[in-house]
Design a protein around this ligand. Structure first.
Ligand code: NAD
Length: 484
């Protein structure tokens, strides 16, 4: 095996799992590259004990001092950028360029955490003569994060720098499909000087997730993954009276108007649908074409043909994912949709065991087809035709999801109409992947997110802290009344 067997990381020590293990398979080749422990409640309990112990001192260190670890950690991410990108590519399958971009985004997220002292400076005011009120952001305690497979490096960084810099101690459960990047993060955090027990990793699957939602020593749970599991986690964690934010799946609509800039639209739509093999919660999955847009579709097909599996397009995560995606395409075809670019049965010479699906463009999809409504999570775009902008918006609005939506047009009025009426948390105008960069926060609407805060940016401060309101009075001569 190329990588040593993955261990849990508890209290600053790598400890082998005591239960079953699972093979880690690289989607690039289909080969086993390591194995990961499937841990149990006992491992979660050990991690909670270590995190609770570490919280006692970590939470009392002033935040300006705590973030010094993250300045060092950021430098270590930069120094180890190449190795981190290679691990990311090997376990997830995305291209090396995409893997570098992921690590760069982790660096940006860590940089944001370094700025947190400036954002939580608090508020103070003399509210009546000699009486002062002050608000502080206090950490919650031991918190947990459960991660998906599609961003092995970046998504863990949505949580770890902010949650820790704000004074919490953390237990992370990586996706059991891609646990290798998090091993390296634990090592680098240790090298950056993070005290033992502040960051812990418990590997596994459903059993660990359930234990994290149930453990009375855990104050808050953040989750990123499919809507099906987001609902389970949100319900379970909140029924145990924990704070929870659970980000789910997506079906992102790009609305294309006939006046859109042809080259810009085609290249943005092609990149959005195929980047990371379509396995992004911000990926374009449905394109709603308003009126006569055939000239843009022709250009989109030209762009898609430049995207080649094994060159600038990585495989999808598993053989099961490849079969599911190809099933969606075949079903749409059988129901009368027209396949303009067909990525089924893609193979890459020398990597015949890899799980490749080529870029796929399907026109004349109707809004009742499964491919129009469900998350496909592959390099596929379904084109739905609409006569008017309002019809396009009603198609977008009817989705259960609400992560992202975008409009392509040169009309300010049409763009404004979409900004106002699209039912999604992140809106783009002439941009295919409208990810808000720090300090703006990331989070969708509807069934793409459960819970009130976003997971990154300024909004995450509210999630990872509780407000302490302090009133002080130092003038013993002042008359006591109900206002002072
Ligand atoms: P997933 O829901 O299958 O798994 C996510 C996590 O939940 C994993 O750690 C897994 O071990 C655990 N899990 C799986 N089944 C479980 C169960 N029955 N009970 C308890 N825990 C369970 O998601 P995935 O396939 O790893 O990731 C892809 C999904 O994540 C897509 O739907 C994608 O849209 C979504 N995603 C969303 C965002 C966002 O910001 N909204 C970001 C990234 C990924």
């Amino acid at each position: 095996m190329k990588y040593p067997a993955v261990k849990n990381y508890i209290g600053g020590q790598f400890v082998p799992g005591k239960h079953k293990t699972l093979d880690i398979i690289s989607p690039l080749t289909g080969e086993v590259i390591s194995k990961v422990p499937l841990s149990g409640m006992d491992d979660v309990d050990a991690a909670v004990k270590a995190a609770k112990k570490a919280f006692v001192s970590w939470s009392t260190i002033p935040i300006k001092e705590r973030v010094q670890v993250f300045y060092k950690y950021k430098t270590l991410l930069e120094k180890n950028r190449e190795e981190l990108a290679q691990i990311c590519q090997e376990e997830n399958g995305k291209t090396l360029d995409e893997s570098y971009a992921e690590v760069d985004k982790s660096i940006e997220l860590t940089e944001f955490a370094c700025s947190l002292p400036q954002m939580v400076a608090g508020e103070a005011m003399e509210v009546s003569n000699g009486v002062e009120c002050r608000i502080e952001n206090a950490p919650l305690g031991v918190v947990a994060f459960i991660a998906p497979f599609n961003f092995p490096n970046m998504v863990p960084h949505w949580v770890l720098p902010n949650a820790l810099a704000l004074g919490n101690t953390l237990i992370m459960k990586p996706s059991e499909v891609v646990p290798l990047s998090v091993v390296r993060m634990a090592e680098l955090l240790h090298d950056a000087g993070l005290p033992d027990g502040v960051f812990n990793v418990v590997n596994g699957d459903r059993e660990v997730v359930e234990a994290l939602c149930d453990h009375p020593g855990i104050e808050a749970v953040a989750f990123v993954g499919s809507t099906k599991v987001a609902k389970i986690v949100y319900q379970r964690a909140t029924s145990n009276l924990k704070r929870c934010v659970a980000l789910g799946g997506a079906k992102n609509h790009l609305i294309v108007l006939p006046d859109a800039h042809v080259e810009m639209t085609a290249s943005n739509v092609a990149a959005s649908m195929s980047g990371c093999a379509g396995q992004r919660c911000m990926a374009a999955s449905a394109m709603v074409g308003v009126g006569k847009i055939d000239h843009i579709i022709d250009k989109l097909c030209d762009e898609a043909k430049k995207i080649v599996a094994g060159e600038n397009l990585g495989p999808v995560i598993t053989q099961g994912a490849k079969e599911r995606i190809e099933r969606y395409i075949t079903e749409a075809e059988q129901q009368g949709a027209k396949i303009l670019v067909d990525g089924r049965n893609a193979t890459v010479a020398g990597k015949e065991g890899g799980y490749y699906v080529g870029p796929t463009i399907i026109d004349h999809v109707t809004k009742d087809m499964a491919i129009a409504k469900e998350e496909v999570f592959g390099p596929v775009i379904a084109i739905i035709r609409a006569d008017t902008l309002d019809e396009a918006l009603s198609i977008e609005n009817s989705s259960n999801y609400g992560n992202a939506a975008a409009v392509f047009t040169q009309s300010g009025g049409a763009a404004k109409h979409v900004m106002e009426h699209a039912s999604a948390g992140m809106i783009g105008v002439n941009i295919g992947v409208p990810v808000p960069r720090e300090p703006f926060s990331f989070g969708g609407w509807n069934e793409s997110k459960f819970g009130s805060c976003d997971i990154t940016g300024k909004s995450s401060i509210e999630f990872w802290t509780k407000l302490k309101k302090i009133t002080t009075k130092w003038n013993p001569e002042a008359q006591v009344n109900w206002m002072s």
